[in-house]
Design a protein around this ligand. Structure first.
Ligand code: CDP
Length: 225
């Protein structure tokens, strides 16, 4: 398939990233993780010595000179670059980034800045783009739109098993509280809140493993062809 756009949205730790990555591989398309873009920007803001929660007005001026883009690598995959440097997962999956990212992502200037950069990805070819507002705002004409959900308990369990983002003293209850707080901010913001597009297929992934989620998405895509 060529030039199709697939939007995958959903709350924190709902399995979007794995589903989007596997789906892109299967379709020979490119995987774009917009959450990584917000996380990278948050890392940059913190590294610039700005507290985006206490000093949100200091964020917009930083954006004027910053560059954030996906580039196609020799092996055909996409790599995110921030101000010319390849972004490393260990730098953006840190607890201090998770603590501020939803506060950064609710700023209208940030969302406009991201919208321009994320829409540019359309020119790269077939894309599977995951985030919170892909089906509603970034790619309203996407060929397929999915909204993945899972119960709060299941999502907390999945996040708890991932390394990096979880502080060493965290337990299941603190992880659950942290992702619930992020979802609350993401769902209640004025611009591009987290919600399914009216034409999205909403899929509950409770009790499904990664392959089962992938098979479910592939079945819907193949059914339409
Ligand atoms: O991996 P996880 O599902 O926990 O989150 P993520 O996809 O890495 O996104 C991190 C945060 O970025 C979200 O909680 C949102 O605040 C923000 N985000 C957004 O506002 N819009 C997007 N399209 C993607 C992420």
């Amino acid at each position: 398939m060529n030039g199709i756009q697939i939007a995958i949205d959903g709350p924190a730790a709902s399995g979007k990233s794995t589903a989007a990555r596997l789906l892109a591989q299967r379709l020979g398309g490119l995987y774009v993780n917009t959450g990584d873009m917000y996380r990278t920007l948050s890392r940059g803001i913190l590294d610039a010595g700005v507290d985006p929660v206490a000093q949100p007005e200091k964020v917009a001026p930083l954006l004027e000179t910053w560059d954030l883009r996906y580039r196609r690598m020799d092996d055909g995959s996409l790599q995110l670059f921030f101000n010319g440097k390849a972004v490393r997962q260990e730098d953006i999956r840190a607890p201090e980034v998770a603590d501020v990212v939803s506060h950064v992502a609710k700023l209208p200037e940030v969302r406009q800045w991201m919208l321009e950069r994320q829409r540019e990805c359309k020119s790269l070819g077939t894309i599977v783009m995951e985030g919170r507002d892909i089906g509603t705002v970034i790619l309203p004409d996407a060929t397929f739109k999915f909204f993945l959900t899972a119960s709060p308990e299941e999502r907390a369990r999945r996040r708890f098993l991932q390394k990096g983002e979880i502080p060493s003293q965290a337990n299941l209850a603190t992880v659950a509280a942290q992702i619930a707080e992020r979802d609350r901010i993401d769902s209640s913001r004025a611009v591009a809140p987290l919600k399914p597009a009216p034409d999205a297929r909403v899929i509950s992934t409770d009790g499904m493993n990664q392959e089962q989620v992938l098979d479910c998405l592939l079945a819907i895509i193949q059914e339409a062809n």
